[in-house]
Design a protein around this ligand. Structure first.
Ligand code: NAP
Length: 238
């Protein structure tokens, strides 16, 4: 039976590339995003059949609960969870509105907590499962204009390490991948030449670069509680 992986934020960008690689490697993928049509578009592009497209706002507890219950009822126990759903609201802290801060923390931090909690109920049955949260290099290094975003990603780091300790005895592993600049909708409005100048490897990352590292963390049986930077050397220059 193929391993079931839930990819939150799988409709676009990093999550879409992760979904595609996992399907190529024989996993059954449940693609979750707010927009079901876009999730379905990812599913239609996947290798093999029997993948699922689901609409769910990860910041809403009841939606998450119902979505994960449906996934388990339909497909069985969850082997992997990838938390790639995320938003940014860049701007100096003095100009940031509290409602935007709440929305960002709700998706990037609370959302991952809710999906992990919902998935763990199923993962406890299998006693061999893996979670990869997507953080950011700015959660490690900080950045001007990204106080709230970097706080959400730094929070995710602490959450990842603590959860790794909580569930290790059940053979459930929890790791965080922290990308630098990746070419997706999230970075589409930024000037590429300026970004590339700060990256020692001299290019933006592609979603597929991230997907390979996610697969590595999902499958590595003796790695847990780790933060892996995937940034073309960006942190060396920060
Ligand atoms: P993206 O292209 O904008 O994709 C974001 C994904 O998250 C979409 O599938 C989106 O689908 C989903 N999403 C957003 N809000 C959601 C919500 N409330 N509930 C469920 N799904 C939601 O972004 P990306 O670049 O792939 O980013 C993926 C992750 O990597 C994020 O956590 C981001 O912070 C992180 N990251 C990105 C970069 C980068 O340079 N791109 C760098 C470091 C870290 P819907 O809009 O349909 O909901």
């Amino acid at each position: 039976m193929s391993r079931l992986v839930v990819v939150c934020g799988g409709s676009r960008g990093v999550g879409r590339a992760v979904s595609r690689l996992l399907a190529q490697r024989g996993c059954r993928v449940a693609v979750v995003s707010r927009d079901k049509d876009k999730a379905q578009d990812t599913v239609d592009s996947l290798h093999g059949g029997e993948h699922l497209a689901l609409s769910c706002d990860v910041s809403k507890e009841q939606e998450v609960k119902k979505t994960f219950e449906f996934i388990v009822q339909t497909c069985g126990n969850i082997w992997g969870l990838v938390n790639s759903a995320g938003i940014n609201r860049d701007g100096l802290l003095l100009r940031s509105r509290p409602q935007d801060m709440e929305e960002l923390l709700g998706v990037n931090l609370l959302g991952s907590m809710l999906t992990c909690r919902a998935a763990l109920r199923s993962m406890f049955h299998t006693r061999a499962a893996s979670i990869v949260n997507i953080g950011s290099v700015v959660g490690v290094k900080g950045n001007v204009g990204q106080c709230v975003y970097s706080a959400s990603k730094a929070g995710l780091e602490g959450f990842t390490r603590s959860l790794a300790k909580e569930v290790a005895s059940r053979n459930i592993r929890v790791n965080l991948l922290a990308p630098g600049f990746i070419r997706t909708d999230m970075t589409a409005g930024l000037r590429e030449e300026a970004l590339v100048r700060s990256v020692p490897l001299g290019r933006l990352g592609e979603p597929e670069d991230v997907a390979h590292a996610v697969l590595f963390l999902l499958e590595s049986p003796y790695i847990t509680g780790q933060v892996l930077l995937l940034d073309g050397g960006l942190q060396l220059a920060m």
